[in-house]
Each structure stands twice: as C-alpha cells, then as structure tokens.
Design a protein around this ligand. Structure first.
Ligand code: GLC
Length: 561
C-alpha cells in the first residue's frame, strides 16, 4: 500500500473519535468498518487526512488512551483486516490515514506492566517506580514520593504492593507512565511506530508527547500540582528526534499533543531543520474561559486574551519557522459553538448558532497552520446538555464531579459545570440523521444521543446550500485553491477601540492579500478601516455581505484583494 504524499501546509485533517463515529454492527460502539462506510462523506467534505483515535485493545478506562496492546485491533472495533481495508479504501480516495500513538503510558493491563507486577526486573525498569516518603522500609508505603497531581484528580502516585513501590501515573491510575530514560523503552516505542508505518499509514499524532521526559530530580511543586515541572522536560527534543529517525517517519505528517507547553519549545518541535514533528497542538486558547485557571470554574470567554494568544502563537511560530495545528474541538474539549455562542437557535439557518459555527470555522481555517476538523464540527454539533450525571461516562468527568461536591458545590451546580466542561460533550455520537440512534447505531449507543440530532445532522446538511457542512467544505476548498491561505504570511490587525471582541488578521503572499475579521460579540460593532473597501468577500458567516465598517453579532468575514 503506497503511502499518500501530500504537502501538509495545504492540507486539512479530519479527526475521527472512532467510538462515536459510526457503528456498523449494532453494538452501540463505533468501529472500523463504520469509518470505511463513511469515506465518501469525508471525500465529499474534501479532507486530506483522517486521524483515527486509538482502536487498540484497551480496558477503556480512559476511552482507549489506556492501551493494553500496541500492535492489535480491539475486537470491539473490528479486525486487522478491517483496518487494512480502511487504509486501502481511504487511499483510493486520496485520503491519508494518521494513527494515534499513546507512548507516554500504557494500561495496567499491558503485558509490560503485568510482567513488572510479576517481578521481572526488565519490565519493572519500563516504569517509574519510587519509594514512599517517610517509609520505614520494604512493605511500608509511607507517603507519595511527591505532591504531584494526576490530570484526572488526586495524586499522580499509586502504591502497588506487588511492586513494593509507588508508580507514577500522570493520567488515570490505570495508566502507568513509561520511563523514557530507559533506552529499551525508547526502542520499543519506535518499533511500535514502525509497525504501523509498515501497515501503510501516512502520519501519526503523538498523545501528550511533551510529558515523556520527566524532570531529573523528583521534588514537590511548591506553587502548583506538578504539571509545569514535567511538561517539555530536559530530554524531550532528543527523544523526539530519536523516535522520528528510528521509526523512519521524518517525511510523514506528524503532530504532537503538547500539554501546558510554550512557544519556544513548540518552535523547536516543529521547525523542519530540527527533524522533530511537522506541527504541534497547544491549548492555551481553550483556557480563556477557565476562571482562576481552573477548568471546573466557569466564566465568560475572555476574547481580549484569546486574541493575544492567537497573535502570540500565529506570529511567534511564523517568526521561529514552526508550524501550528489549528483547531477548536477534539475528543477532550466541549463543543466550541456552545462555548462561545451558547445554545440559542441550534440547528436553524440564520440563527446565532449558525453565525457562531461559521464564524469560528472561518477564524481558524484561514490562519497559518494546518486546520483540524473534529467529527461533527462540520455539522455544527453542540454540547448535549444532559439532565443527569448518570449520562456521563468519562473518568475525568466523574472524578471531578465528586471533587466538586467535596469542595462544596451543590449537585445542580456541579452538573451545570460538567455540562459545559466535560470531555463527553465532544464525544457524543456523530449525528448522521434525525432518526432514533441518529444514524450512528441501530443498537443502544454507549453515550446518549443528544436531542439536537433532530435538527443538526448530516442528512439535513450535505448538499444543502448555505448549510454548516457546505461552509466547511468551502473553507477546505479555499485552502486547496489559494496559496495565500496555505502558505501566506500572517499578521494580526487592530480592529479598533469599538471592536474589543473582534479578532482580525491578514494573510499575504506576493500581491495577494486576504483579510479576516471575526466578531465574538453578541452585539453589532463598528470596526476600524482594515483596508478592505471595495474588496471581494471570499466567505462569510452571514448569507449577505457585511455592512461597511461594521460587523453584525458573531459575524466572520474574509475579503480577498
Ligand atoms: C490526551 C488524550 C486524552 C487522554 C490523555 C491521556 O490528552 O487526548 O483523551 O485522556 O491524553 O492519554
């Protein structure tokens, strides 16, 4: 199977959260044949690559990011033959396939961890094991070695009597971190990547990969819960270069998920001369509505801050020669349409929902970088607004719901928070039709289908002039057709004092100039002269042209000259 060769600057990636994409056998869980059956839909949308979230055997404590075998397909998702078929059929349509590599940790059910538990020295050395603080000797756990918290609430350390040590888990307790200082671990991980490369895939997304290099000294974090100590660690660049070289993937599309990272490191991760990755995901722009920096405290998005962050990362990555992955949504994020626009008008043309969804798409698709469409973005899918905590499945959500109750929030308030912030908001089944099961499943879905599927679904949108789907399709086509969008330089513009919630930038290449202005304001506003008078409107979030010198609520416009 020949790999697809594309220039990623002009490409758009589509993320499939396989569990929720399309269920071909009625068990309520999406699967590989389900993805294959929707390739024509993806080809019609026009995407270049498909990123498949993990489908490897897994106890599913963390939605498949707890891998128990890196080289196989979980029977719930199909067989290796189904996988090969998916790759072949995608290639026929010119679509590349990217896989998710979860190499920071394994599941506790992975053979390596099981052999460590059984006492094999070789495998004990694959994990990060430490004695407790204040332990009186073997068998006495003492206290956790450091005060670090894991991402899903509680200590990042677990005492394991069979190991006689505490093991480090930066995520769920069932996800022990691998020790990348061990050369055997690094060699094993490179072999895993090579295994899938040999299966004909075209690229890779590396899960929380900037957390693989831990600090030299393990000590308490005196002003936090540890994350700033273990992000972008001391050997990270060396490990990435080695992994890419050993696995032989230097010419493929590679993207790293970079937790709590910074610009200087992301420049190094992605500038071509360093031979690390093609591009990186950073998340600062998705924290502008975290009150006091906490995901579990609500506030209105701070658009001035959002603008600053985009400016810093767009112009900064450009100056350093790096490359951004552009996105609002993924399987860990609530839906941006709800986040920035609320729930008004869901599914209705010309409503706030319609304008917000289209404006958000314009905002990131015309930036410099490679846009990622997360399944359902192109339909305008929204947070489900579940009526009970019982509906939620995600381990982070259920943990933090309890933590919020313990910290004194009432059940109603805690439910309101998870309805805004839970990762399940982005994991609801794909809405293919208005039928029961939303065309996702004939069975009972693993996560409840949102009521919005009756209005927001592919059947109602594909081929319908002015729909969200056709808007995404048009944006993808613009990137393919216009070099100024794929490759032009970027510069942020000041929309003026009367437009504090407007994000504006220009892209230029030779004589060509594209100006983009996106209003995150629920009220109309006047904007400064962006030098666009008389210019042709390339695309907008309203059906008609914007009034001169102003933007309507949640209006996004791009002009070309
Ligand atoms: C990444 C994944 C997320 C997972 C975590 C641990 O952030 O996107 O879903 O829980 O890594 O693997």
């Amino acid at each position: 199977m020949a790999a697809i060769e594309k220039d990623f600057h002009g490409s758009v990636v589509y993320q499939v959260y396989i569990k929720s994409f399309c269920d071909s056998d009625g068990d309520g869980v999406g699967d590989l044949p389900g993805v294959t059956s929707k390739l024509d839909y993806l080809a019609e949308l026009g995407v270049d690559y498909l990123w498949l979230t993990p489908f490897y055997p897994s106890p599913q404590r963390d939605g498949g990011y707890d891998v128990s075998d890196y080289r196989a397909v979980d029977p719930a998702y199909g067989t290796m033959a189904d996988f090969d078929e998916l790759v072949a059929r995608a290639h026929e349509r010119g679509i590349g396939v990217m896989l998710d590599m979860v190499l920071c940790h394994t599941s506790v059910e992975h053979e390596w961890f099981r052999r460590a538990l059984a006492g094999e020295e070789r495998y004990r050395a694959y994990y990060i094991l430490r004695d407790g603080r204040g332990s009186s000797g073997p068998g006495d756990p003492g206290q956790p070695p450091t005060n670090w918290d894991c991402a899903f609430g509680g200590s990042a350390w677990k005492w394991e009597p069979r190991l006689g040590k505490w093991y480090l888990h930066l995520h769920d307790v069932s996800q022990p971190d691998l020790d990348w200082t061990n050369p055997e671990v690094r060699a094993e991980c490179a072999e895993v990547v090579r295994f899938w490369k040999d299966h004909g895939v075209d690229g890779f997304r590396f899960d929380v990969v900037n957390l693989i290099s831990k600090p030299e000294v393990f000590e308490d974090d005196l002003c936090g819960a540890g994350r700033r100590l273990f992000a972008d660690g001391p050997h990270i660049h060396e490990y990435l270069r080695e992994l890419v070289a050993r696995a032989g993937i230097g010419d493929m599309l590679t993207v790293g998920e970079m937790a709590s990272t910074d610009l200087a490191n992301c420049v190094r991760y992605t500038r071509p001369e360093d031979r690390e990755l093609s591009m990186s995901f950073s998340f600062h722009h998705l924290k502008v509505d975290y009150a006091g920096g906490s995901k579990w405290e609500l506030m209105e998005p701070d658009i001035a801050r959002l603008r600053e962050i985009f400016l810093e990362w767009q112009e900064g990555m450009q100056a350093g020669g790096g490359w951004n992955a552009l996105f609002w949504d993924n399987h860990d994020q609530p839906r941006a349409v709800t986040r920035f626009g609320g729930r008004e008008g869901v599914g209705l043309r010309g409503s706030r929902w319609d304008h917000v969804g289209k404006m958000l798409a314009i905002c990131v698709h015309l930036m410099k970088g490679t846009p990622y469409v997360y399944q359902g973005d192109e339909l305008g899918m929204v947070n489900p607004g579940y009526d009970s905590i019982e509906r939620f499945r995600d381990v982070e959500t259920t943990n933090y719901y309890q933590i919020m109750l313990e910290m004194g929030k009432g059940p109603e308030e805690a439910l309101r928070v998870v309805n805004e912030r839970s990762r399940d908001n982005g994991r609801t089944p794909m809405q293919w039709s208005a039928r029961p099961g939303a065309g996702f499943t004939e069975g009972s879905p693993w996560l409840e289908i949102p009521a919005s599927h009756k209005l927001v679904n592919a059947e109602a949108e594909v081929g319908v002039v002015g729909s969200m789907f056709e808007h995404y399709r048009a944006l993808i086509r613009l990137r393919h057709e216009l070099d100024v969008i794929a490759r032009g330089s970027v510069r942020f513009l000041d929309a003026g004092p009367a437009a504090p919630k407007v994000i504006a930038y220009e892209r230029t290449l030779g004589e060509k100039r594209v100006v983009v202005a996106c209003s995150f304001d629920a009220e109309p506003c006047s904007i400064a002269d962006l030098g666009v008078s008389g210019a042709e409107v390339l695309i907008g979030s309203y059906d008609d042209e914007p009034p001169a010198g102003a933007l309507r609520p949640f209006e996004g416009v791009a002009w070309i000259m």
